[in-house]
Design a protein around this ligand. Structure first.
Ligand SMILES: O=C[C@H](O)[C@H](O)[C@H](O)COP(=O)(O)O
Length: 228
């Protein structure tokens, strides 16, 4: 059986090899995206690839600094040629659940800025219906936690505030200083409808349903790469 990290690496390398000099590039977060970022760093060193990148998290920013990948501030960027990121679940329509690493708010902003949004993953991320394996991650303004919990509950989900190690860490706080929670809807029959309902909740700053955003999926399987 192919090693999971090998699959993630194969997808990451293939995506990084699609980047051309002169491009502005959004860089995702997570273990798969980290392989793509590593390959980009290598291409900058060995080929003199010239890009400007925008990061979606502190962990990606730190990796970029270590590798000498030029970063611009997200707040200064208007538009990107391409963005590449991982995902937690991918359905046949390329709809996604993202946010296991709590980066979904910035990841969605960056994805929305890109002409081409490419998802890289191992084939374990493929699902028939979103919600089969994961809850929907939320980013919530701390002062709105009770009202958002109430409204999400009315949409049919139990909501749990995401915590660090029990008895050691407090709640997980996003890079933007907000609370992260997970809403367990179970399998989601109508992801477009849920997306639009979640988008209407004040104080819910972001959620991990990415509907109709991905242009391409690069999926690494033990038998090779599938692109669709
Ligand atoms: O917040 C985290 C992101 O949405 C990640 O891109 C997602 O969780 C996939 O991460 P990984 O490639 O580590 O499975």
């Amino acid at each position: 059986m192919a090693d999971l990290n090998e699959l993630k690496k194969n997808a990451g390398i293939l995506a990084a090899n699609k980047i051309e000099s002169g491009m502005t590039v959004g860089l995702g977060t997570g273990s798969t995206a980290a392989y793509m970022v590593a390959r980009l760093g290598e291409r900058i060193q060995t080929e003199g690839l010239k890009i400007q990148a925008v990061s979606t998290s502190w962990s990606t920013t730190i990796q970029c600094r270590q590798l000498g990948i030029p970063l611009m501030d997200l707040g200064d960027a208007e538009h990107l040629d391409i963005a590449i990121d991982g995902a937690d679940e991918i359905d046949p329509q390329k709809n996604l659940i993202k946010g296991r690493g709590a980066a979904h708010l910035l990841e969605k902003i960056v994805a929305s800025m890109a002409d081409h949004y490419i998802i890289i993953a191992d084939d374990g991320k493929k699902v028939k219906q979103l919600g089969e394996k994961f809850a929907v991650p939320l980013e919530i303004l701390p002062n709105a936690i009770a009202s958002v919990t109430y409204k999400v509950h009315k949409l049919g989900a139990d909501l749990q505030i995401r915590m660090g190690a029990p008895g050691k860490d407090g709640p997980v706080i996003s890079d933007s200083g907000n609370l992260i929670a997970d809403a367990k809807f179970g399998t989601i029959n109508d992801p477009e409808k849920l997306d639009s309902e979640l988008n209407k909740i004040p104080g819910l700053l972001g959620h991990g349903l990415f509907i109709g955003m991905a242009n391409k999926v690069i999926l690494a399987t033990p038998n090779g790469i599938e692109e669709w």
